[in-house]
Design a binder for this molecule. Structure first.
Ligand SMILES: *Cc1c(COP(=O)(O)O)cnc(C)c1O
Length: 435
């Protein structure tokens, strides 16, 4: 499509958008007395208007029935964690037995590493990306120490080539091959949180298995952003959080995927709790842990029903919209955003997009490296009602989310960016405009 940088053109794209009605299902935060331009759904997704009803329903059951809500309510709390399975399985491309919503992300990363980071003999190393999300770095480091290794020896970080901002798949695969002998685990983000790079999950998993190692992915920035096929791709395990693209509220439920290959491997070491124990025997309160098969066997505690109720409200919207349609709009919307920024003609020594240009290698996020007065540019955008995300030391991340962002949103963002750069005397407005 031949894009144009004009308000009319953006509005025309909105009119043609088959998903345009979904924006109305969300509360849009306000800034300066009107709807903010919210480009931060990769950090905290917006609240569906239906969330309140889902929460109210469970609050009412609790008020009316008390403990009987566990078994006698319309969505019994005893099995409430099963309610989200179908849609989660659609989102990650797995079976309902391979997924479960539980805990929070870092907790799940630890629980799954207990089972899937099993250093033995010479195979003890982990490959991860340099500059991974800090919580993942700390988790990996502490797991490695827990097994008695030195992180500087056991953790291999993938680094972009000199002068480049993201990783080349060939370099990732080569690093796996080179470390075949001592590699235990490849643990990467699905979409890198800082650069927005989408990794070749299938290719990386295949190579990892060739060297007899395990492949795990942190899908915090991938789920609800790009379509996934974890089962077909043979991914061993994965985890994600529910509050970013999945709009399940601050600290909202995380979820895990464990491939069917491991579903009945009850020999895998794991940290156990009663909710992972055989359902039939759960209330017999007997000695001896018998795990449920599949992902459910990694649960520890009875489900956080209020958190899962909010989760469900948003998942139903994903189901209605379908990941396929969302991805289609997402590619168009992100390509348009990229076009608008590039069309401003900002010199490379002031702004550079460090997210891959290839739509196949990214989701909806664009990371803008601002090389001069970065924080001031960001603050100026905030004043103009743009809610984006500042990442130290010099990156503004924006995520036009196909569920609720419009083409007009990103057009207005580009206008505000131009104005901000002009008022900070970085680039003169007339000069960067093509008109
Ligand atoms: C957001 C995010 C987290 C956050 O971890 P919590 O346990 O949910 O606080 C962890 N890892 C990645 C890659 C993230 O993007």
């Amino acid at each position: 499509m031949n894009f144009k940088r004009s308000k009319n053109f953006a509005e025309a794209l909105d009119l043609e958008d088959p998903l345009k009605s979904f924006r109305k299902k969300f509360h849009i935060p306000k800034a300066n007395g009107k709807d903010a331009i919210y480009l931060c759904g990769n950090s905290l997704g917006l609240q569906p208007k239906s969330t309140k009803d889902y929460l109210d329903a469970e609050l009412k059951v609790w008020a009316d029935m008390g403990v009987e809500g566990h078994f006698k309510s319309p969505n019994p709390w005893f099995s409430y964690h099963k309610r989200s399975k179908k849609i989660l399985s659609e989102l990650v491309g797995g079976s309902v037995d391979e997924v479960v919503a539980m805990n929070s992300l870092t907790t799940n990363l630890h629980l799954l590493m207990v089972s899937f980071y099993r250093p033995n003999g010479e195979k003890f190393k982990i490959i991860t990306e340099q500059g991974a999300f800090p919580s993942d770095q700390y988790a990996l480091e502490s797991q490695v120490r827990f097994h008695g290794f030195d992180p500087s020896e056991a953790i291999i970080e993938l680094v972009p080539r000199a002068g480049e901002h993201f990783l080349r798949t060939e370099d990732i695969l080569k690093t796996i091959e080179k470390n075949a002998h001592d590699l235990a685990l490849v643990m990467l983000g699905g979409v890198q949180y800082y650069t927005g790079q989408l990794f070749d999950i299938e290719g990386i998993t295949k190579k990892t298995h060739e060297v007899a190692a395990v492949a795990g992915f942190d899908l915090a920035h991938a789920i609800g952003n790009i379509p996934l096929e974890l089962h077909a791709w043979q991914v061993d395990f994965a985890m994600w959080c529910g509050y970013k693209y999945l709009n399940s509220g601050p600290g909202g439920s995380s979820g895990i995927f464990v491939h069917e290959h491991h579903a009945k491997n009850f020999g895998l070491p794991r940290f156990a709790g009663w909710w992972g124990h055989s359902e039939k025997e759960r209330f017999l309160m007997k000695k001896g842990f018998i795990p449920v098969k599949g992902a459910d066997g990694w649960q520890l505690s009875n489900a956080n029903v209020l958190s899962l109720a909010a989760h469900q409200a948003s998942l139903e919207i994903f189901h209605e919209a379908s990941m396929e349609s969302l991805r289609k709009k997402s590619i168009l919307l992100t390509n348009y955003t990229e076009f608008l920024i590039n069309d401003l003609g900002i010199p490379n020594d002031i702004l550079e997009i460090i997210t891959p240009q290839n739509p196949e290698e990214r989701g909806c996020q664009l990371s803008l490296l601002i090389k001069k007065k970065g924080i001031e540019v960001f603050e100026m955008l905030t004043k103009k009602g743009i809610i984006a995300d500042w990442r130290e030391p010099d990156v503004i991340r924006i995520a036009p989310v196909p569920l609720y962002n419009s083409f007009l949103d990103v057009y207005e963002f580009s206008e505000s960016l131009e104005t901000a750069l002009d008022s900070l005397k970085l680039v003169k407005k007339g000069k960067i405009s093509n008109y």
